[in-house]
Write a protein that binds this ligand. Sequence first.
Ligand code: BGC
Ligand code: NOJ
Length: 819
Amino acid sequence: MQYGYFDDDAREYVITRPDTPYPWINYLGCNDFYGLFSNTSGGYCFYRDARMLRLTRYRYNNVPTDVGGRYFYLRDSKDGDVWSPSWMPMKSKLDRYECRHGMGYSRIASARNGLCFSQTSFVPLGDKCEVHKVTLTNESKAEKNIDIFSFIEFCLWNANDDMTNFQRNFSIGEVEVHGSSIYHKTEYRERRNHYAVWAVNEPVAGFDTDRQTFLGLYNGFDSPQVVFDGKSKNSVASGWAPIGSHHIKVKLKAGESKAYVFVLGFCENPEDQKWEKPAAPGSAGVINKKPANALLEKYSTAEAADKALAALNEYWKNLLSKFTVDAEDKKMARMAGIWNQYQCMVTFNMSRSASYFESGIGRGMGFRDSNQDLLGFVHLIPERARERILDIAATQFPDGSAYHQYQPLTKRGNNDIGSGFNDDPLWLIFGVASYIKETGDYSILDEKVPFDNNEAIADTLFAHLKKSFYYPVLNAGPHGLPLIGRADWNDCLNLNCFSKTPGESFQTTANYESGVAESILIAAIFAFVGPDFVEICKRTNRNEEVAAAEKAIANMIDAVNKHGWDGDWFLRAYDAHGKKIGSKECEDGKIYIESNGFSVMAGIGLEDGRAAKALDSVKEHLDSPYGIVLLQPAYKDYHIELGEVSSYPPGYKENAGIFCHNNPWVTIAETKLGRGTRAFETYTKICPAYREDDSDLRRMEPYVYAQMVAGKDAVNHGEAKNSWLTGTAAWTFVSITQYILGVRPVFDGLLIDPCIPSSMKGYSVTRHFRGADYHVKVDNSAGVEKGVKSVTLDGKPLDGNLLPVFGDGKVHQVVVVMG
Ligand code: BGC
Ligand code: NOJ
């Protein structure tokens, strides 16, 4: 069944009942201040780093699910009726409920007994705060006297420490209250120069800042004593758990409506201007509120909040106008044109740090993840892609290997995770090539970029790419295939790990480095990105590099041909004993998806039928109604020589789950063979919009991709997990837009190369590309799957299917006839 519907004109998903099978969330924020916001107003916010600078507390894996958010409680003073207008945390009965998740904002609207509530939440462009505009409307015939109680719970900044170090934390919480503003200033007296403010643009009848006083002894968020009493206690927290709650008394005539603007902000002071009045024995210091005052002044009226929201809407409208799709298949059009791009921006901003599955304390920015995420937004904000590339490259080591992750606040490599994932270097070539194909900006190659964040050993970005290119060549194993190191793209194929100790991390544990375990996937990635490296050399007059690079690519393909083919599909790897993985000879894990998709993407086996055979085998052995599983048969037992992949129960995650990230590799590979119907089928199977009415099984949001869907060996086959932060977003965007709809940026222009189901009779795409707009109309009345018969550009026939770069700020009309 469905729990809502897409409103494409508004670019919103409208949730029509609050009890979704899992909290369905949205992200607020575009630059450095972010909020996670669920359909019942759950979630939390942070400034730049979800671990180090978290403003509000959230309890992962809690019961009930999704507790912690920006809550408003309402009380009708006539009869003492108390409720949560966002449903949670009281699970209140509502006469009406709707949550609209839009681009960077969410709106919850509900009604009970004639009192209509609406909450519009967003992070305004350029400010470090969440704005929550709350409107109450009396839809009844009689006057109403309503009490609003706001509620947030402060996190003591470091989210990890906040959840673990109670012996200290219960003694350090500090707040200040001035008028309608509540300031959270824990640790401000020592090494912090920032505080949080939670304020409303209206005089308050009272406030609370101490959690226990507000809730009452042993009460939960669903039964706050103060709200039942209808009166705040004006508590000032000292230690324990500081919260922020305002009490506003509202009188509403019949039909009357009133709006309030709540702001939750992050404020910083220069080190020498921290205090209005420094602390003295017996009296706490008074913080300098200048930045808070300036922020609150900005959002002191409902009109100002509306204006900021309008600016945010305009920002998204502009961004998404860079790529639009019009097609009969509305699901595809709305995903490719709206939600997939939106998810790509979120994934770019968050990497894999903060979602309802990533706690925000665990992971930094991934080297390979960020390079792949680039693909999904480089057409939207190329300048941020440029910046990101340079940040990532600076964490590369002088030998071409790389820190697997870096920390967003410091932009430094993360020593806890270290290096040794031997696919990492190649993704840098991939990211840079994608950036250049989009922008034509070769100047990025001349940027001086440190190695290992050390300016003293900086070199050009091109030098980094060259190190990347030769890393797998110089680190090859007995079959001339790249050594896998700790793991390749599949973090769980830990062939040098041999872990016996419970709880030990498969990714960081001491590595034997056998010098034997090899990856066919890395070889295929090399064969795929290598030619781009060669093109880059040619186009920047580095011709002396070309012959050697071409030879290295040929050798690699040769090694795959000799040692990477298993008869009906590509092998996956050789383990530390030189035994095949992903072969008919194996008892479990006979066939894997990754090496098959990527080898065909790289063009290996196209000429002799092996490519088609490999993809046919993928279909035969790995396909399912919900997507293609990662491997078959699933590992039944733990294999010490394989690592984490065999640690998962069959059907989950890398052990034969549908790991959506690699499905688009097969989609793209299918387009290489011209099999448009099958390519599209692989696209739709994992695409959330196509599973909207299957939400009870799928459980995750129907507007975003999930990292994993349980595979055919799992009990709940088809159930999704880990929505939002996944490389699936970028890769599906590439597969649908560049390879199925076939509007593909290449070094010299925009290539038009559709590969679609024969039943798709046509579609239109508008694409902003290097300073001009291309309106592309594809006519497939011939009913083919691939092949361009003619292209007309601005009314004139074009030779071939490569649209040139105009860069003239104009709109160019393109008509493509397939056949
Ligand atoms: C997951 C992988 C992930 C890795 C690193 C593993 O537990 O299965 O998908 O890449 O952790 O975070
Ligand atoms: C998730 C990780 O973020 C990504 O880097 C990895 O490639 C996949 N899991 C597969 O293991």
